[in-house]
Design a protein around this ligand. Sequence first.
Ligand SMILES: *[C@@H]1O[C@H](CO)[C@@H](O)[C@H](O)[C@H]1NC(C)=O
Length: 285
Amino acid sequence: MHSTIIIRIIISSLAATTASAQSCALQFDGRVPANLGLAGFDAANQVFSNANVLGAGLKFSQLLQLPQAVGGSLFDVDTVPVEVTISDASIFNGQTGFRRAELLPASNSGTDPSTAGVKTLHFSVLKDAQRPLNLSHEYQLAFLESNDFSTNQFVLKTGTVLGQQGAADPDTLQLFGNVNQNQLLFSVPFQPGVFHNFAVTLDFDALTTQVFFSAGNDPLEAVTGVVNNDVSGQGQFHFGVLKKPVGGVGDITRNGFQPDAIDEGIIFGGIFEEDSSGGCVSLSP
Ligand SMILES: *[C@@H]1O[C@H](CO)[C@@H](O)[C@H](O)[C@H]1NC(C)=O
């Protein structure tokens, strides 16, 4: 084991037209090319799965938005943000207790190298003032679901987190480790009008996690040390809106209350994963 983690700081170029100088080897790139277009998400593409996760009978072009006014997130140099929205039709696989829609990286099969070795996952989230979440509910915005669907090895939540003792202000982003241990790794107020940038280094050999964060265009900074977290079990990364019910008992995928006539969304940017086996973590583009 290396006793130190070497953080390679990439100094950003002032020339806005320069291609991304992010220089750790990429595992996958979920940054959306400006020319992909909404219809591009319905066909097989190099960025995200066109099959999962979305409500029965829906197409991604019906639930995604490409909001141009917000500008790119920290790592969107030549790429654009994408918004994931949910409606009353966002019922996936008979899960009537949930409303959900999520983007899954195209190459992330559940057993691919994105969940092996040491990898750093990057993503940014921004509120849509026109499609606010209902903070009476718990939402999962980004998570790794194990390949046997038995756990989430990390999960970014907001809203009223079910079962949480001494509950935080629900308008908070809370990043938890493996839900079987339910360790809160990091939390930050979910401010309007600014991207919240996360990087999560996942060591699938040592079973540890380290969290990096910044707001807006600031470079990422480590906000935790390297902490024990059971990231075993491989699986798939999800980015979107998974709204849990209130008042559910037992299997909440199929019971509990969900209000009607919803129109809610979260804007994502800068989704990619890099190889950190040599200690490489990009803190800025
Ligand atoms: C928010 O959710 C609660 C619980 O489901 C519901 O009672 C309330 O009507 C919802 N508020 C809005 C504005 O939809």
